[in-house]
Design a protein around this ligand. Structure first.
Ligand code: 5AD
Ligand code: SF4
Length: 478
């Protein structure tokens, strides 16, 4: 390794948290002895998979502190709200939920309510919590997640509310216990933060600069998960393609994937998200030749107009983006390609928007996540001229969906009559008579199965396809 920069939090800092964990556990165990039941903790999560992964750490620490993890806030002694700031709607939802917890605190004044995540890494939101939500005990930012045990102790000892939006330095905390969501899928963060500063996006301001975990730490975690029986592992980062650059590692994301692919076992690796400006041919070659790497690329385009892309500070053109898609399809003709598309960016003309529709027809994504631009205070786009009226944004959003839905259906139809490998997630949430799972490209598939099939890979013959899902029957090996 040359010119490496150490982005890892000193182990002593993490060990310190374990001291606090022990202290709280002792107290919680005493409570259990006296009352016959355990204190409960409830974690409410908003936003992206990165937040889900952070919440698994919060729940893991809470469990280590002796709390039982609850599914509901009622009766919990500790509530942590992990917030998102990417769109205004997510912030409003979080504030409304925090508002609803006031009556719980009234019933149980000893309860601790903490708010963390991207929303409270912004000063104006910290002030809002400080003045308008006086029953919130403490707030902590995205880089302080590991400090939860310490903050609980401090709050109890001092009796004072605590505002800890950010650390001086954003560092990777290794060794924090995690309580993973049930099932055969697991998230593994490979890096944190973002250096891209897309002009609409709050993430670089609330998650700090890029910092990568070492490949050894990631390898050990993935190998352990495979050993424990996890079948689908998604590597997470805001821009996984720049993995390693921040720390000066002499290996990149493609090298990391190659290394993980050597782990023996029956599993798939997905990853998200990639920035098109950094998607290399080397990475695509590694995917094409991989044994365990899903042939699924999530590559956010955002807009089809070069002028909009330039003002978004995306640093690619639509043609250069298409060059990457062409190479992916040349190497992996059946690859599933998904994208993020935004409508209503400031100054987006009708012609710009039609460029996006044309781009969809050319790129032919299997699926898109579509977004209406939401102004974020502190970002360059916030102070740009010509914000688009809500009515026009909504109309464009509808047209975007219509255009993409037709493409998604066209992409799904040819799968009828084919047998696809599906990881079974168990009974469907909406109808427990059928089972659901996802194929290599993360497409949702419904089929009849038995409970013992949950968590296994199954061969499913596709009999019907619609815009959002595939339907089929299991082909059992004789
Ligand atoms: N408004 C709307 N969508 C946004 N995204 C990021 N910031 C905003 C915003 N201010 C979308 C982008 C990104 C996805 C995760 O969220 O499309 O790729
Ligand atoms: Fe936001 Fe752009 Fe970074 Fe993605 S790459 S998190 S859109 S700034």
């Amino acid at each position: 390794m040359c010119n490496t920069k150490n982005n890892i939090l000193p182990a002593a800092e993490v060990e310190k948290q374990f001291e606090y964990i022990k202290r709280i556990k002792k107290d919680n165990d005493k409570y259990t002895e006296l009352n016959g039941n355990r204190r409960r903790a409830f974690v409410m999560t908003f936003g992206c998979q990165q937040n889900e992964a952070d919440s698994e750490k919060i729940a893991g620490m809470a469990e280590a502190m002796g709390y039982e993890i609850a599914n509901l806030p009622e009766g919990a002694s500790l509530i942590v709200v992990n917030t998102c700031a990417v769109r205004e709607h997510a912030e409003q939802k979080a504030l409304s939920i925090i508002g609803q917890y006031k009556h719980l605190k009234n019933k149980d004044p000893d309860m601790i309510i903490a708010v963390c995540g991207c929303m409270v890494t912004q000063e104006h939101r910290v002030n809002e919590i400080k003045f308008s939500y006086p029953y919130v005990d403490f707030v902590f930012g995205t880089s302080s997640i590991h400090r939860l045990p310490q903050l609980i102790c401090q709050r109890r000892a001092s009796g004072r509310r605590i505002y800890c939006p950010e650390e001086k330095e954003y560092l990777v905390a290794e060794g924090i216990p995690m309580k993973r969501a049930e099932g055969a899928r697991a998230w593994v963060s490979v890096m944190y933060g973002c250096n891209n500063f897309c002009s609409y996006c709050i993430v670089p301001y609330v998650r700090g600069r890029e910092r990568s975990r070492t490949r050894e730490a990631i390898y050990d975690e993935v190998a352990e998960l495979v050993k424990q029986g996890y079948r689908d592992i998604t590597l997470l980062g805001q821009n996984v393609n720049s993995y390693g650059k921040d720390s000066g590692y002499d290996y990149d994301f493609a090298d990391l994937l190659s290394m993980l692919d050597t782990i023996e076992g029956d599993y798939m690796i997905h990853f998200m998200t990639s920035h098109p400006k950094d998607a290399t041919r080397k990475l695509i070659d590694v995917m094409a030749n991989g044994r365990h790497i899903a042939k699924h690329f999530h590559l956010p385009l955002q807009a089809g107009s070069d002028d909009v892309l330039r003002r978004m500070n995306r640093r690619y053109t639509f043609e250069s983006y298409m060059g990457i898609l062409d190479y992916i399809r040349e190497k992996m003709p059946d690859a599933v390609i998904t994208s993020d598309i935004m409508v209503g960016f400031p100054g987006e003309s009708e012609e710009d928007f039609e460029d996006t529709l044309r781009a969809l027809r050319r790129a032919r994504f299997d699926m898109i996540y579509s977004f209406i631009y939401s102004p974020r205070r502190g970002t360059p786009a916030y102070s740009m001229d010509c914000h688009i009226p809500d009515k026009i944004k909504s109309e464009r959003f509808e047209r975007l969906l219509q255009c993409q839905n037709a493409i998604a259906l066209e992409k799904n139809k040819p799968l009828v009559g084919k047998t696809v490998r599906v990881l079974c997630d168990g009974r469907s949430k909406n109808n427990d008579k059928v089972f659901s799972g996802r194929n290599e490209g993360n497409k949702i598939v419904f089929f009849d199965a038995e409970d013992s099939d949950t968590g296994k890979f199954l061969d499913v013959l596709i009999e019907r396809a619609d815009t959002f899902a595939l339907y089929g029957k299991i082909i059992r090996q004789k």
